[in-house]
Design a protein around this ligand. Sequence first.
Ligand code: AHG
Ligand code: MN
Ligand code: MN
Length: 336
Amino acid sequence: MSDIGKSVTQFIIEQQRAHPSSTGEMTGLLNDIVSACKQISHLVNRSGIIGLGGAAKSENIQGEVQKKLDIITNDVMIEHLNWTGHLAAMASEEIDQIIAIPAHYPKGKYLIAFDPLDGSSNIDVNLSVGTIFSILRCPEGVTEPIEADFMQKGTEQVCAGFCVYGPSTMMILTTGHGVNGFTLDRDVGEFILTHPKMTIPEDTAEFAINTSNRRFWEPPVQRYVEECMQGTDGVRDKNFNMRWLASMVAEVYRVLTRGGIFMYPMDSKIAAQGGKLRLMYEANPMSFIVEQAGGASSTGYQRIMDIEPTGIHQRVPVILGSKNEVERVVRYHSQQ
Ligand code: AHG
Ligand code: MN
Ligand code: MN
């Protein structure tokens, strides 16, 4: 029987029943995330009307100017997740230290790292933004987690997902058994399964990279993009299309839908900080989803999910998407 049309809640509960060892705690946590994302979707949709556009007067720990919605969506995530008893601690792009569960609430067995609003530079131009999250197990016996307890490789993730607030609001989820996409039906307030078992084609003729950084890239990425641009006149002997949305959630959603390669590679401008995108709440969850959909994800030198993390705000280069293209870029890195 087809699962299409099921609510995300029913889908998650049925998936959990298929794993008899499961306690249902993950189902509860995912329901909390679903509630938070529904509220964020509503706020993003109405931001112009209720005066939530534009910058706040603050910077986050990474020295980036925060948008009003960066701060508000961060609060929405925390308020939906800190009291329900499913989490032992949280980490957010917008907060320097890890976020403890208030002492008067029960604690659970999971840790979450999230980017409450990805692509927030797009808010004021009415383009797609999103929320990304990664769920890890709290190490056995730990009741007061510290940052070191989050320092687990991407391969340790038990669940990852993201929401895109675009023409429709969508949630993409994996618990390590494939990737499923749900669309928010605003009339009934439910995410409905519309895109079961999403897969990324192995080949593609579409690449996404911010070419304004071209002169700062390393030689393997220069070579790869140059060959794409040469199209049928060059060694690839096929023409490529290009996209850049400056919103990782929207780019990864496109890659999941029709294939493609997405790159925010190392460049000399950002080398000192390790890259652009953050490992714990951008690169790892997206890599888990992409691999579960049959794609690949690498820094160019190493599989992203094999990186031993060193900090919650650590940055890494990201090259992900259609397997054969990612493998080609990795090959170019090894041939230097
Ligand atoms: P965030 O809004 O959470 O800081 O993330 C933005 C990220 C990512 O979504 C996007 O791919 C990239 O930054 C865009 O960077 P450029 O503005 O350098 O193109
Ligand atoms: Mn982001
Ligand atoms: Mn963000």
